[in-house]
Structures are given as C-alpha cells and as structure tokens.
Design a protein around this ligand. Sequence first.
Ligand SMILES: *Cc1c(COP(=O)(O)O)cnc(C)c1O
Length: 367
Amino acid sequence: MPRPIKALIHTEALAHNLAQAMARVPDSRTWAVVKANAYGHGIERAFEGLRRADGFALLDLEEAQRLRALDWRGPILLLEGCFEPRDLELCSRLNLWHVVHANEQIDWLAAHKTQVPHRVFLKMNSGMNRLGFQEAALRSAWARLNALPQVDEISLMTHFSDADGTRGIAHQVAAFARATADLPGERSLANSAAVMRHAASAGIGADWVRAGIMLYGSAPDAPGGSIQSWGLKPTMTLRSRIIGTQQLQAGDTVGYGSTYTANGRMRIGIVACGYADGYPRHAPTGTPVLVNGVRCSLVGRVSMDMITVDLTNTPEAGFGSEVTLWGCDPGGSVLPIDEVATAAGTIGYELMCAMAPRVPVAVSVGG
Ligand SMILES: *Cc1c(COP(=O)(O)O)cnc(C)c1O
C-alpha cells in the first residue's frame, strides 16, 4: 500500500471562488492568476475549475505553453513580461500578452520581427518599488511603445503593496490616476485583497482585476479575515492517516529535541506527513489538525516524514484514522489552510506553493 498521504484539488470550490471574485467586480474582467503552477495546485488540475475566467495571468513561459496545450484560446498575460529577447517569439507564436516594466523590454520589442503586433501591459511603479516605471518615466515609456509597429494595444497596470493591510491603497490609486490621466488604454490594478477589501473604491475594478490567492481558498487578510467571512471554500486538501500511537505518562517527551513534555497521561497519534511533504517545519505545538474531523493539536517538532498529534479530543481515534492537515475532512469539517499558516508564522500562499512533489494529487470534481 502506498504511504497514506494525498492531496485533493477541489474543482467545484475553484469555480465557486472565481464566481465570488467576479461577483465583487461585475463590471471588470477577471484574470485568474495561475503563477507558481496555480499556487501549487497544478495548472492542469486547476484549469477546469477556473475556465470561466476572462484570462489567465502567470509568469512562466512554460506554464503559458501548458495553458495553450489545454486548448485555452483566450487571453494569457505574462505578469513579469519577457526575460530575454527570444521570449518575444513565443509571445508572437502563442499570442501572449505581456507586461512591460523596464526599458530593456522596450528595446527588445523594437528589435523584434513579427507579423502580429503585441498587446502589452505597461506597468507603473506607484509605490510598491518592485517592478515598473516611476511616474516621471512612465510617459516616455508609453510614447516609445506607442511608436513601435511591433506594439498593438497598450494597457496600463500597477500593483498594490498594502491592499491587505492598514496602509491601504488610496495613495497608490492616486499616484496611478495622476500619472495615467490622459493616456488611453485599459487599466488593471487590483489583486485579491483589493477585490475583497476595496471593491467599493472608485476605479478599483477598472477594466481587469488580477485575482490570485482568493481563488485558492485563502484570505489575503488572514488572520483578521478568514475564508468563512469572505464566503470562500478550500480548494486544496492535504490528508493522511495515523500510522501509530503512543501512550504517554507525565514527564514523557515527544520527538526531536524533546520540545514537548506530557503533563499527565495522554495518547498521541503519529501521522504520515512531515516537512518533506510540504508541511511547515516551524508549525509549533498547538497547530490545529483534524483527526476524524475533530480539531486536535500538533505536539512536538515536525519531522521530515511525521508529525505527532494529541488525541485527547478524540479518544476513539487510533491506527488508520483519517487526518486532515488542511482543507476539507470527508465528514465536512473544514480546517482553512490559513489557520495552519498563521500558527506556523507564514501565509496560506507559502503552504500551498510548497506542497511537495512526493505527495500524490487527485482532482475532486465535487466539493
Ligand atoms: C501574484 C500577483 C497577483 C495576484 O495576487 P494575489 O494576492 O494572489 O491575489 C496580482 N498581480 C500581480 C502582478 C501578481 O504578481
């Protein structure tokens, strides 16, 4: 029998979360962001649930090829644009729209031989200070692109640093509006957190929103917000089983480094899941785990292949019992990935992207 760990990708939940995103910005078109192999879900596995999106946004040209191989004929946007001049050949061949955030990318376009002019998204740095042209340079970049026969439509975009936080987006929205006021073209500003928290702000939806994490059943504002409060469903379940139990007495310790000491008699379950499966090694004692659908707590250190769980809350659990590390229990209980991430001092994004290749993944078409 194979090791009992497995992951499930929930097609219906992906479709539900996408519909939630689209409903918040009914006048916009929605990019489903599928970078990082659909946030660890697998592009091919996530595609069916997300195919009602208006387009797909990603970074990797290889992932764009995989989308075209799925027969997706609609828009694909390369969020970081081209990395070297020959990437433009693939953009021409596969009809990929691409971000232009640096002068070098304009130089490459000017030298590119193509029959089909490209649709580009000119990126402004409105305060994030990662990719994009600052306000003073934006206009000349636009004029250069506009003069190129290789360029068809020019759209305008920017990215928020604090859509999920207290600083908010108003300063960046204002900078973007000021810099682009008299430039034509479609606009794209919002990520998931902006779609969720700032949908009412003027111009936020603009022409295109870029929804990522919310599609995958994680709240960008966790732990303040939660998928329950936003009406989102888990799209990835990580499940395994108890492969051993131990009866402990007061003073007994658990695992490497003996970081957990039993206060009294207690039973623990040994679960076939560890950091080599993508479970966060920094998850401390107290991190929630579902055993037979009942909330229990991790105790002791996470090992490569195993974790140890306090079974006090579910005395009938034992060898072979079903364990849900995050996502949906077969009985219908939910453990949002964000709760595990928060306990481990990280974010849902990192956990889903880090699910390890050794975990077998299946697609669950229903819930
Ligand atoms: C990843 C990414 C997004 C999506 O962000 P989420 O927080 O996952 O919604 C949007 N825009 C750009 C440019 C990105 O890189």
